[in-house]
Design a protein around this ligand. Structure first.
Ligand code: NA7
Length: 548
């Protein structure tokens, strides 16, 4: 144990790994690969789960799948991996994405540097030593030059504490913490709270398996069809033959996925042209109607209204009972696509089934969870299984669960009490050598996640290599540059309709969370150019210290 020393308290401390990475999802795996295999540094990964996968390890709920095409929802850094892996569906399901990450971990021999079943509890920066001390719930204490929480943007499940929380005596499940062994719904009455993107994937499948499903909806959503299908071998062959060009198109696009129908303005088209464009995007499926249809859908109220009316009309055409259709149609006051666009398969048709009941909990809120189900303001519902599909404390939840302290013991939670403070969503002032991946104020969830992750991991690896070449020991964001970046993020968001929604993009789903738009909306291509330019100028916007 050459790298273990005894400290004054006789407690074992692993000393001086170069980097601690938290999480073994898409981000943590690639970060480890770059640090260890490209930079030849000593890196250690801590992962709370028993294996790799991150989001795709935990979100095993029925129907979980990606909603940008599998060929794009994958690493682009290795043509070999691209060639060796074949997706079986246009939009891969959770088991297959997890298998893919297991395949990558095996191929790159990553597991040997990952401590599984280990949750990081704290990370404190020691200014004098330019080191982070990271502690885990297994009693490990590691000192590292770099601290990289690759904890995921949507990993801290939000479980609302209704009156009577914990009283339910049946089975309780949270979609983002779904049991590995699965859930048997056969012959069971099920209650599900939430109708976001997750619930819209899960509900049609659960409805087919259970005896009765009661859906508790607070806000209706503008779901549109995903249109998943088995992978056509010819499509796979063509993609593989042209992968570099396809990836280039993805990198050059706003959201990291190319859309070839995008037109500038819904207002510039005639009603007939608009109709044809909406129908074509609707038939394409996925995010086509949302971000691949008209550029002004999310900027202009009138353009948005056209799209919203179109989706409402589609919902009504799919749901037999007009009263239920009314409940499922988002109101005109709720703009289309300002909350994350859910992609669904037979979601609306599910309400035509005899064994499904929709309950409007905005009109009649949940009063209490009972031992046998729940009570709303005017009725009691009984079931055997209760499912929380209630989303996540996005962007900051997983970071704040740890006691992260930067210079002079400053806690991240305090520093970010009015909202995240970063430069490029990568570094924060007073938290030297801490890097976040697809974190707040980066393109994050509004860019193809695997590509966004690659962009960040590569930037981080480059800056670490630069620091080592130049004999530098610490990097952090300049306060004034942070302020400018925060203002820029806000300005970009304010030019759109997105800040009007009560969405998790703004933290509005979590009571008491500051309402700040947390995604950089300038597009992936611009963002990539901005962070590359900073790097080319010797990391403009950051302060560097000599190594002590
Ligand atoms: P979302 O999109 O945040 O959806 C959560 C759902 O749960 C949504 O319908 C919420 O209603 C509902 N919810 C949350 N809290 C409550 C309370 N307190 N009472 C009643 N209903 C509640 O999370 P998802 O997991 O569906 O999707 C998150 C992302 O994961 C997804 O976009 C993908 O990027 C992957 P609300 O709309 O807030 O009224």
């Amino acid at each position: 144990m050459s790298d273990i020393e005894k400290n004054a308290g006789n407690q074992e401390i692993d000393t001086d790994v170069d980097a601690v990475v938290i999480g073994a999802g898409f981000a943590g795996l690639y970060m480890l690969h770059l640090l260890r295999d490209k930079l030849k540094l000593k890196a250690e990964v801590f992962e709370a789960a028993e294996d790799v996968g991150g989001t795709w390890y935990w979100n095993r709920y029925p129907g979980a799948r990606c909603d940008i095409p599998s060929h794009h929802y994958s690493y682009s850094f290795s043509p070999e991996i691209e060639k060796e892996w074949t997706w079986s569906e246009k939009y891969a399901g959770q088991p297959e994405i997890l298998e893919y990450l297991e395949f990558v971990a095996k191929k790159l021999d990553l597991r040997r540097d990952i401590q599984f079943n280990t949750r990081v509890t704290s990370a404190h920066y020691d200014d004098a030593r330019q080191r982070w001390t990271v502690k885990t719930d297994t009693g490990r204490e590691v000192r590292a030059r770099f601290f990289i929480p690759a904890v995921g943007t949507l990993s801290d499940a939000n479980i609302p504490k209704f009156n009577g929380h914990g009283n339910f005596e049946g089975e309780v499940y949270v979609t983002g913490r779904w049991p590995k062994e699965g859930v048997n719904f056969s012959g069971k009455r099920v209650g599900i709270i939430g109708t976001g993107a997750t619930a819209m994937q899960a509900i049609p499948i659960i409805a087919e398996e259970c005896s009765h499903l009661t859906v508790f909806q607070r806000t209706p959503n503008y779901g549109t069809p995903l249109r998943n299908e088995p992978m056509d071998p010819e499509v796979d062959r063509q993609v593989k033959a042209n992968y570099r060009e396809l990836r280039k198109q993805a990198w050059d696009s706003f959201a990291g996925v190319p859309f070839d129908r995008l037109k500038p303005s819904a207002l510039a088209d005639s009603p007939e042209e608009r109709r044809a464009q909406y129908e074509a995007c609707w038939n394409d499926g996925g995010f086509s109607l949302w971000i691949g249809c008209y550029q002004d859908t999310l900027f202009d109220k009138e353009a948005n209204r056209y799209a919203a009316d179109f989706v409402r009309e589609k919902i009504r055409s799919r749901v037999r009972d007009p009263k239920i259709a009314d409940m499922l149609c988002p109101p005109v006051s709720q703009a289309y696509g300002t909350k994350r666009q859910p992609c669904e398969t037979n979601y609306f048709e599910t309400y035509n089934r005899d064994n499904v009941t929709l309950v409007d909990i905005k009109a009649s809120p949940i009063a209490e969870i009972t031992p046998t189900g729940l009570k709303t303001a005017d009725q009691e519902y009984k079931f055997d299984i209760l499912i929380y599909a209630t989303g996540f404390d996005a962007f900051t939840g997983a970071l704040f669960r740890m006691d992260i302290r930067g210079r002079d013991g400053l806690s991240l939670k305090d520093r970010w009490s009015a909202g995240p403070r970063t430069l490029f969503g990568l570094c924060a002032h007073a938290f030297p050598n801490m890097f976040t991946i697809t974190g707040p104020q980066s393109p994050s969830v509004l860019f193809n996640m695997p590509l966004g992750i690659e962009m960040h991991c590569e930037w981080i690896a480059d800056v670490i290599a630069y620091m080592d070449r130049e004999g530098l020991g610490a990097i952090e964001a300049e306060v004034a540059e942070e302020d400018k970046w925060i203002a820029k993020t806000k300005e970009l968001a304010d030019a759109t309709l997105l800040p009007e929604a009560t969405s998790w993009y703004l933290g509005a789903n979590i009571p008491g969370k500051p309402r700040v738009f947390m995604v950089y909306l300038g597009g992936g291509k611009n963002y990539k150019a901005i962070i590359a330019e900073s790097a080319a100028k010797g990391y403009a916007g950051f302060v560097m210290e000599k190594s002590r």
